[in-house]
Design a protein around this ligand. Structure first.
Ligand code: UVW
Length: 352
């Protein structure tokens, strides 16, 4: 493959794992890193780090992401939405009175980023002059191009009469799923030290909290931030307060340049939080230069190849770790192996 770029964004890892790399710092989840995670397993207890996928409920958090809709598949005679409690003894065509089976099949319409989720490297790119001709183009991690490698739903995009529905031909979830997303997780308990007030956390505060709990992050670790957001969401019982859901718990303050430098220097393989977007939607409105709306998304997904986990449910894990004066565990968090998907629900398991 010819190189997709002649200049890479400053401070990026593009090309560090080859011209065709689609994993970025996920590559740091090496066999040794998995073993480091396995060595953290001492009690044999597992924690589910997913919310029920129909939380937060409604669309107050994001109007483009409706809650999942489950329905039965169509029946054998093609009647839509009826294949539920079907007696095979009574089925037309290949049913038989001797059969005792009763069947259900279902289908889901699911916004892949509605609830506990991964953002793949295909989720956010940027306008950047990757080919050095003085003109910016829309590119994603390692120079994969909008319109070529990530193709939108225009007719006949794949030359197959418009039937093709896999839009991210590169950087999609299948790469993370195949890799496995397993290794050592390290949890920082912001909620314990800072409470559930809505506030940004810069590097100084993050390091203070980590020092207070003796938390050490090493290259290749997956870093998890417990803010209490998902705990609050669960308590709202699928009817979130539309104001409070946007004004509760802590988030990373992306305006703190030192924090961005630390994320880069720490060489984490994934950045995960129990809140909406890891960082706040606080913007840099007074900055007249061109900049990213979500600088941590830009840094992690576009420049470094660090996937983001959002709205993970960390309450019980954080409680157990605190009781046992620990912060590390084995984390196993594959997304759906759904080719072309940009986001994905996940049911992460922490084993302690
Ligand atoms: C936002 O929508 C703000 O973040 P994400 O797409 O990562 O969920």
């Amino acid at each position: 493959m010819t190189k997709r770029w002649t200049q890479r964004p400053p401070g990026s890892t593009w090309g560090d794992w080859g011209d065709d790399d689609e994993l970025g710092r996920i590559n740091l989840l090496t066999p040794e890193k998995v073993l480091e995670g396995v060595r953290e397993v001492q009690a044999g207890r597992s924690f589910c780090l997913s919310l029920p996928l129909d939380y937060p409920g409604g669309t107050a958090l994001n109007q483009r992401r409706p809650p999942p809709r489950l329905a039965p598949t169509e029946d054998m005679d093609g009647t839509p939405g009826t294949f539920f409690n079907v007696h095979m003894s009574e089925m037309p065509d290949w049913g038989d009175p001797r059969y005792v089976d009763v069947w259900v099949d279902d289908v889901v319409t699911l916004s892949l980023q509605y609830s506990t989720q991964w953002d793949s490297l295909a989720h956010v790119g940027a306008e950047f002059d990757a080919d050095g001709d003085g003109v910016e183009e829309a590119v994603y991690y390692n120079g994969y191009r909008a319109g070529i490698d990530l193709v939108g739903p225009q007719a006949d995009a794949a030359g197959d009469g418009g039937q093709h529905t896999s839009f991210a031909h590169h950087l999609g979830m299948e790469h993370m799923a195949y890799q496995g997303m397993q290794g050592r997780g390290v949890l920082v308990d912001l909620a314990h030290h800072l409470g559930h007030d809505w506030r940004g956390v810069g590097l100084d505060t993050l390091l203070e909290v980590m020092a207070a709990d003796d938390v050490v992050v090493e290259p290749g670790d997956m870093l998890l931030l417990h803010t209490g957001f998902a705990t609050e969401i669960l308590a709202m019982d699928r009817e979130p307060d539309p104001v409070r859901i946007h004004t509760m718990c802590t988030y990373l303050d992306a305006r703190d340049e030192a924090l961005l430098e630390w994320i880069n220097a720490s060489q984490i393989s994934a950045l995960i939080a129990d809140n909406y977007a890891v960082e706040g939607l606080t913007g840099r409105d007074r900055d007249p230069s061109r900049h990213s709306f979500l600088p941590i998304h830009n840094l992690c997904l576009f420049k470094l190849g660090v996937p983001l986990g959002e709205m993970w449910y960390l309450h019980e894990l954080a409680t157990w770790l605190r009781e046992h004066e620990r912060s590390r565990f084995l984390l196993t968090a594959p997304p759906l192996r759904l080719p072309g998907a940009v986001g994905s629900p996940t049911t992460p398991i922490a084993t302690v």
